[in-house]
Design a binder for this molecule. Sequence first.
Ligand code: GDP
Ligand code: GDP
Length: 438
Amino acid sequence: MGLPIVAIIGRPNVGKSTLVNRLAGEQTAIVHDEPGVTRDRTYMPAYWGDREFLVVDTGGLVFNDDTEFLPLIRQQALTALAEASAAIFVVDGKTGPNSADEEIATWLRQQPVPVLLAVNKCESIEQGLMQAAEFWELGLGEPFPISAIHGNGTGEILDELISHIPSVDEVPENNEIKVAIIGRPNVGKSSLLNAFVGQQRAIVSPISGTTRDAIDTVVERDGQTYRLIDTAGIRRKKHIEYGTEFFSINRAFKAIRRADVVLLIIDALDGVTDQDQKLAGRIIEEGRACVIVVNKWDAVEKDSYTIYDYEKTMQSRLDFTDWAETIFVSALTGQRVEKILELVNIAAEAHKRRVSTSVINEVLEDAVSWHSPPASRGGRQGKIYYGTQVSTQPPTIALFVNEAKRFNDNYRRYIERQFRQQLGFKGTPIRLLWRSKK
Ligand code: GDP
Ligand code: GDP
């Protein structure tokens, strides 16, 4: 369930990238890879008020030119528009409307997406209004004079923009929990899947996806539906042919991306391997909830190896065991397999959880009272004005501060720990966005 996307469209040199950078503010480093879209566009997270969205620059759009790359750029713009909730059409207020703008406008009027018209390079208010007025003729409604460089007018267009994009709350609730079963070959993924299905005796329908990357099995328990995304099922044949199975990390990555909650299966006899660490890293990057399942617990010599010892070793090998629950099971005997879904429920719940702004600020106030933000050498101290949760899945909290760079990693980790200690969020990663108040 991604954030709404806003496509930035216009001729070359009108200031599209400047506008993208202004909207995205300090978040320039993050590149979002939304499921289901090609990977070559860069999505920048942006926010306005309590709304979060992704902006995507479509590259300069031109119609009446026969450069060989044009069809490609046009295709990019089309694809970007197809997945966008709204578009901002940027034009150059200094040069006034030209025929290329008109062509793009004609094309945009046929698209089923709300389009806002930004007349850029309008640095002075009075002149800007006059410059903007010339663009009424494009037939796209009110032209908004802005200066992407200085920020003039961007507030007005953003106010209008967010009335056209869905808020996170409006994204429809889907009761199904998507669970990916991930792990190296032979850790017991298929056995676990069979254990779930066998115990439930309530397969709704096995559904094979259009790709052969994963096979989904839908099971129901206590009124809750789970879609189990299994990456194991399809390689049965290869298994026989080659003896050992080829481990496709990309297949695992794809499954992680489709999931709400990832079951990271670890072989108790092998412990945490490099491949497990790699998978764990990806789960965090994708912001997925996670339950760590240590399988084949029946085969472990219990006298010498207690759960406590085992957990300690795991903690040093997996850096996110501080929030993900670990459960020790046996797919073979069925021991504790039932409990996995309980942990999945808890993680899925935390992943979707929304905390009120007042509670977040209570936690912040308390955290700051215990431990005030670091002061720089110049003596200016970091100051947190307030925080608010801007999205879920994973829970993402924006912190509005005087200057983000005053808050070092240590302090950022401290604040994250406070949120976890006070608010839980067991089983899900959380994200903090540090934003300088403009
Ligand atoms: P793009 O090709 O549409 O992405 O355009 P750029 O963002 O690269 O900007 C093209 C040129 O316009 C650059 O030289 C910018 O400095 C300039 N520019 C962008 N925004 C503004 C603005 O608000 N005012 C003025 N005067 N120039 C701008
Ligand atoms: P996958 O490749 O991850 O799907 O793994 P499989 O489910 O095919 O299991 C690989 C091997 O491990 C098989 O021989 C299973 O019988 C064995 N296995 C799976 N789960 C357990 C378990 O809980 N205990 C023990 N002792 N063996 C298991």
